[in-house]
Design a protein around this ligand. Structure first.
Ligand SMILES: [Cu+2]
Length: 129
């Protein structure tokens, strides 16, 4: 593993505490999400996208996540080209993670939480350097 990154929610807000992190290009990394929220409605995941952080892409994936429903962890099943990796959905108090290979191309890649209603504010940027 080239790097392990640990993310958290910002209290009980629909926001990440860490809105950016940096990883090396073309390496295996692990993203851990510790759901330290206490409000039962604050379920979260981390969905890393193959695109730069742009509102229109966040919206597309976020809305498709809502349509995908709870049985799919609110992760779109037909957007493989937009989704690089994602953690399972976490309830408050749970820790989830995902291991993946970072893009070979340096640049900025967006990530969001796809729990319904969260994508618009729960956003971040993965810097690949
Ligand atoms: Cu969330």
């Amino acid at each position: 593993m080239a790097k392990t990154v640990t993310l958290h929610p910002k209290g009980n807000q629909m926001k990440y505490k860490e809105t950016e992190f940096t990883v090396p290009a073309g390496k295996k990394v692990k993203v851990v999400f510790e759901n330290t929220a206490t409000s039962p409605s604050m379920q979260h995941n981390v969905v890393v996208l193959t695109r730069p952080p742009e509102q229109k892409v966040f919206r597309k994936v976020g809305e498709a996540g809502m349509s995908a429903g709870a049985s799919n962890d609110y992760v779109p099943q037909d957007m493989g080209d937009l989704i690089l990796a994602h953690t399972p959905m976490s309830k408050p108090g749970e820790t989830v993670s995902v291991t993946f290979t970072t893009p070979g191309e340096t640049g900025d890649y967006g990530y969001i939480c796809t729990y319904p209603g969260h994508w618009a504010t729960m956003q971040g940027t993965m810097h690949v350097r």
